[in-house]
Structures are given as C-alpha cells and as structure tokens.
Design a binder for this molecule. Structure first.
Ligand code: HEM
Length: 156
C-alpha cells in the first residue's frame, strides 16, 4: 500500500519543489505521451473492460489530447482554480458516458502504473504520491463540474 507522507499543509497547496518535480516528470514522458495513454487504454481493455467501454473504440485522436490535458494541469498546479472550469466541462462530457468516481480511481491507478513501468528506476515513491494527488485533484474537479451543472439545473 502507498502512503503519502507529505505534511498536511502541502496537501492543500503543493509547494514549488513538488510542482517542479511534477513538471519534470511530465516532460520526461512527453516524447511518448500519446503512446503512454494508448497503453493505459490497452490495459483498461484487459483489466477493466467496463471502464474502457466508456471511451470511443478508436482513441487515436484522444491519446494526445488526454496527455496534453495532464500537461496543462501540471503547468498550472499552483493555480488550480483556473483549471476548474475546463476540467468541469470534461467531467460533464465523461458523465454523459456514465463515468463515476470509481472509474476515475481506476484510471488514476492505471495511469500511475504505466508511468511507473515506463520510468522504471527513475520512478520514486514521491513521484507516485505527487501524481496520485494531482490525479485526485483532476477527478475532483471533473466530478465537481457535474455537481455544479446539477445544482444550476435544480435552481433554474
Ligand atoms: C471515466 C472517466 C472518463 C470518461 C468516461 C471520459 C470520456 C470521454 C469521451 C467519451 C470523450 C470524447 C471522445 C471523442 O470525442 O471521441 C472524452 C474526451 C476527452 N477527455 Fe475524457 N473521459 C474520462 C476521463 C478523463 C480524464 C481523467 C481526463 C484528463 C486528462 C480526460 C480528458 C479528455 C480530453 C482532453 C478529451 C478531449 C476533449 C476535446 O474534445 O477536446 N478524460 N472523454
């Protein structure tokens, strides 16, 4: 089991060193970013076909966009509020396909597993923890986008 050992203060706002580490980690994967996501989709097909089925059969166009979104997230991690609108929009798109919090956790685990596998000896417990926090924040913002839309509908 992975235990994140950061101070609680750092859980609410990532410090600069961690933000830099995340960007460096993203850059490390950048040359093969689309291939990384393609591998995540292949693994989902094998291990979680129900989650894979939420995405289009052909993900060629999606792989790069998905990876680029992670790049935008890590580049703006210190200004996460700026990401909430666009991530909320993605969350509403995903919700229309039937996505729920459990699906996001599976995608998070599969992404981290593929990153760890590709990085091999360069992967660290700290990176594991940083990416986990980041992907949890992404899922939270995507799910919040659904809640906001529901609340607006209810208030209308
Ligand atoms: C279970 C969760 C998710 C589901 C079901 C889902 C589903 C989808 C679907 C069906 C599309 C449209 C594909 C198409 O146009 O052919 C899409 C687009 C996209 N998704 Fe997701 N998604 C999920 C999670 C995520 C996450 C975690 C990210 C964050 C990186 C993400 C990033 C994107 C991006 C960048 C696009 C392209 C948007 C555009 O058209 O420009 N998705 N998603």
């Amino acid at each position: 089991m992975h235990l994140c050992t950061f101070e609680s203060r750092e859980k609410t706002r990532m410090n600069q060193r961690h933000a830099d580490q995340l960007v460096a980690s993203f850059r490390y994967f950048e040359p093969c970013g689309a291939a990384l996501i393609a591998k995540v989709f292949r693994n989902l097909s094998d291990k979680h076909p129900n989650v894979r089925a939420l995405f289009p059969e052909e993900t060629g166009h999606l792989n790069k966009r998905f990876f680029d979104t992670l790049g935008q997230v890590v580049s703006n991690i210190q200004r996460f509020h700026a990401l909430q609108g666009p991530l909320g929009e993605l969350g509403r798109r995903a919700e229309r396909e039937g996505a729920n919090a459990g699906h996001y956790r599976i995608i998070r685990s599969e992404l981290i597993e593929v990153m760890a596998e590709l990085a091999a000896d360069d992967w660290t417990e700290e990176l594991d923890c940083l990416w986990r926090q980041t992907l949890d924040a992404v899922s939270g913002a995507m799910l919040a986008g659904v809640t906001v839309a529901e609340e607006l509908r209810a208030a209308a």
